[in-house]
Design a protein around this ligand. Structure first.
Ligand code: SF4
Length: 76
């Protein structure tokens, strides 16, 4: 699993950093997202999925080995 952030779409809402503070932070300059762990360890994959789904501007996306819909770790 890999996390990508599109800073051009990020509006600095901070939901990602609130949802998964181990994975995301925000720039002190403009509030845009900083991905702390683009390749999250297995223990943080659920948190990564929740954070991606919490982003109001769809600035975050995941790629790689994702859990299928209905599997643990996929809330869809
Ligand atoms: S939740 Fe989305 S819009 Fe808000 S800081 Fe994170 S990436 Fe940016």
């Amino acid at each position: 699993m890999r996390i990508q952030a599109d800073k051009g779409r990020c509006v600095g809402a901070g939901m990602c950093a609130l949802t998964a503070p181990a994975l995301f932070d925000q720039s002190e300059d403009d509030g845009t997202v900083i991905v702390l762990h683009p390749d999250p360890p297995p223990a943080l994959r659920d948190a990564a999925l929740r954070a991606v789904h919490s982003c109001p501007s769809t600035a975050l996306s995941l790629s790689g080995d994702l859990p299928a819909p209905g599997e643990p770790g996929n809330p869809t």
